[in-house]
Design a protein around this ligand. Structure first.
Ligand code: PLP
Length: 467
C-alpha cells in the first residue's frame, strides 16, 4: 500500500499527470492542436522513464486493440480470412495507406516484417548481380590496377546499423563484393560534411551499390537524403535507403528522394505494433522482378508482392492494423492534413529542449553552445555527451552504465561509446514528460559524483520515491 502511494507522487508514474504536463507544454509551445493521450500508454511499466522510443517504438492502446481485434477474428475463422481473401484485402488496404503517406503508388510498396528483412531483399538482388558479373568471360570484366577482375563495391555509412551491415556481408561480400564505408565525422556540424565524405568514398572506390541510412541509428543523424541519393545516382550507383527510423519521425517523400529502394519501419515511429516495414521500389520491371522475399513459400517466383503477402502461417495483425496506427499518428498531431507533420515537429522541438537541458546540467554542451549533432540534423532523437567523470570510455563500461540506469534508476536510455566518449541518444515521443528527462539528469549527476555503489544509489532512489 505504502509503495502504491509513494509511486503516485512521482508525476511520471501517473499517465494522467504526464498527459496533463505534456498538454500544458504543447499549448505553451504553440502546438495547440496536439491531442495528448491520457490512457493510451497506460500499459507502459509504471515507474520507468522510457527515453528510448527509437529502438522499439510503442504502439498506443487504440492500435493494440485494433490488432487484437484482427487476431481474434483470424482465430475465429482463419479459412474465411485466407480463402475468401479477407487477409489479402486487409493487407492491400494497409499497403495503400502507407504508400499514400510516402507519396508512392501502392503498386510500388510491399509490407514486410521489418527493416532487416527489407535489407535482405535488396542485398539478395545485389548478390545475384555480383555473381552474374563474376560469371562473365574474363575479357568482359572490369579489372583492378593489378589486372585482376574488379570486385564490385557496396557503400554504406560507418554508422550503418550492424545487423544491416551483416546482411550485406552475407548476401554481397560472401559472393565477391567488397564493403566500403563512408566516414561521417562525429561530432558533426553541417550536412555538407556528409556529402563531402560520400564524394571522397566515391572518388576512392567507385562503388556500384549504396545502402545508406536516412536517419542513422547510433549516433542519430538525419542525413540530407535527397542530395545524397542524387550524388550517388549521378555516379551510376543503384541506391537503397535504410529509412528504418524515418516514417513518423521525419517526412518521407519517395518521389522527391528518388532512390531505387527505400524501406521504413512502421513499428518505430508510426505507432504500428511490432513487425511492419514498408519497402518501396522504383524503376524498370526487370529490376523489380529480380526482388525476392528471403523466405521461400507458396508464391515463389510470383513477384515480390505475392511472395511478401504470405510467407507462411504467422500473426498478420500488426500489418492489418497499419491504417489505424497511421490515423492515430495524425490524430495525435491534431488531425487534418498536417497532423503527421505537427507531431513530428513537436517531438523534434521537445527532444532538443531536453537535450540542451541535460547538456547544460552536465556541463557537456560544447563551448560554442553546440550539441554533437546540430538541430537541423536532429529528428525526434538528439545526442548529448555524458560527463567524463562517469569514466564510461569503452563499450563494456557503457553497457554496464546502461544496465545500471535501468536497474537502479529505472531509466531506459540508449548509450553509445564513440572515440572514448559516452553519449546518450535521447528520443521524444508524445508519452514523455519533463520528469522523464529530469530522472536521467539526476541519475547521471549522482553517478558522476562517484556515489556509485549500487546499494547506496538504490537506497537514495527508494527514499525519494517513498517521500
Ligand atoms: C538504421 C536501422 N536499420 C535497420 C534496423 C533494423 O530494424 P528491425 O529490427 O526492425 O529489422 C534498425 C533498428 O533499429 C535501424 O536503426
Amino acid at each position: 500500500m505504502a509503495k502504491t502511494l509513494s509511486r503516485n507522487r512521482n508525476p511520471c508514474l501517473k499517465p494522467n499527470a504526464k498527459a496533463q504536463e505534456s498538454h500544458e507544454t504543447s499549448q505553451a509551445q504553440g502546438f495547440s492542436k496536439l491531442r495528448v493521450p491520457s490512457a493510451d500508454f497506460a500499459h507502459h511499466r509504471v515507474g520507468v522513464a522510457r527515453l528510448n522510443h527509437g529502438s522499439f517504438g510503442s504502439p498506443p492502446a487504440p492500435v493494440l486493440e485494433k490488432a487484437q481485434e484482427y487476431r481474434s477474428e483470424w482465430l475465429a475463422q482463419p479459412d474465411e480470412w485466407y480463402y475468401a481473401d479477407r487477409l489479402e484485402d486487409g493487407l492491400r488496404s494497409s499497403t495503400a495507406a502507407v504508400a499514400k503517406l510516402m507519396n508512392s503508388e501502392a503498386e510500388q510498396v510491399v509490407l514486410v516484417e521489418n527493416a532487416t528483412v527489407a535489407a535482405c531483399i535488396v542485398a539478395q538482388r545485389w548478390g545475384r548481380l555480383v555473381l552474374a558479373a563474376a560469371s562473365k568471360p574474363h575479357a568482359d570484366c572490369a579489372s583492378d590496377e593489378h589486372g585482376h577482375p574488379r570486385r564490385p563495391k557496396v557503400m554504406m555509412f560507418n554508422f550503418a546499423y550492424e545487423a544491416v551491415v551483416n546482411v550485406v556481408r552475407h548476401y554481397c561480400c560472401d559472393v565477391g563484393a567488397d564493403l566500403v564505408l563512408v566516414d561521417i565525422p562525429f561530432p558533426i556540424s553541417h550536412s555538407k560534411e556528409v556529402l563531402d565524405a560520400i564524394q571522397r568514398c566515391i572518388d576512392r572506390h567507385q562503388p556500384e551499390y549504396a545502402l545508406l541510412d536516412m536517419v542513422t541509428s547510433q549516433p542519430a543523424i538525419t542525413i540530407p537524403i535527397i542530395d545524397v541519393v542524387k550524388l550517388c545516382q549521378s555516379s551510376g550507383m543503384e541506391v537503397a535507403v535504410d529509412a528504418a527510423h524515418a516514417l513518423g519521425n521525419v517526412e518521407v517523400d519517395v518521389e522527391a528522394i528518388g532512390a531505387d529502394f527505400l524501406f521504413t519501419n512502421l513499428h518505430k515511429w508510426a505507432f504500428a505494433p511490432s513487425g511492419v516495414c514498408a519497402l518501396q521500389f522504383q524503376g524498370d520491371t526487370e529490376k523489380v522482378e529480380q526482388l525476392h522475399h528471403p523466405i521461400v513459400s507458396w508464391h515463389w517466383r510470383e513477384g515480390l508482392k505475392a511472395e511478401s503477402m504470405w510467407t507462411g502461417t504467422r500473426d498478420y495483425s500488426a500489418m492489418l492494423a497499419v491504417p489505424r496506427s497511421l490515423a492515430y499518428h495524425a490524430e495525435a498531431g491534431g488531425g487534418g492534413a498536417h497532423g503527421h507533420l505537427h507531431l513530428m515537429q513537436f517531438n523534434h522541438s521537445q527532444v532538443l529542449r531536453f537535450a540542451y537541458m541535460l547538456g547544460e546540467a552536465w556541463g557537456t554542451i560544447e563551448k560554442d553552445g553546440a550539441l554533437p549533432v546540430p538541430p537541423s540534423m536532429c529528428s525526434s532523437m538528439a545526442m548529448v555527451r555524458l560527463p567524463e567523470a562517469l569514466k564510461a570510455d569503452s563499450p563494456e563500461a557503457v553497457a554496464a552504465l546502461r544496465s545500471r540506469l535501468r536497474e537502479v534508476f529505472k531509466v531506459e536510455a540508449a548509450l553509445i561509446c564513440l572515440n572514448k566518449q559516452c553519449y546518450v541518444r535521447l528520443s521524444h515521443q508524445i508519452y514523455n514528460c519533463k520528469a522523464d528527462y529530469v530522472r536521467l539528469q539526476e541519475a547521471v549527476k549522482r553517478m558522476a559524483k562517484g556515489k556509485d555503489l549500487v546499494e547506496q544509489e538504490q537506497r537514495v532512489v527508494e527514499q525519494e520515491q517513498s517521500q
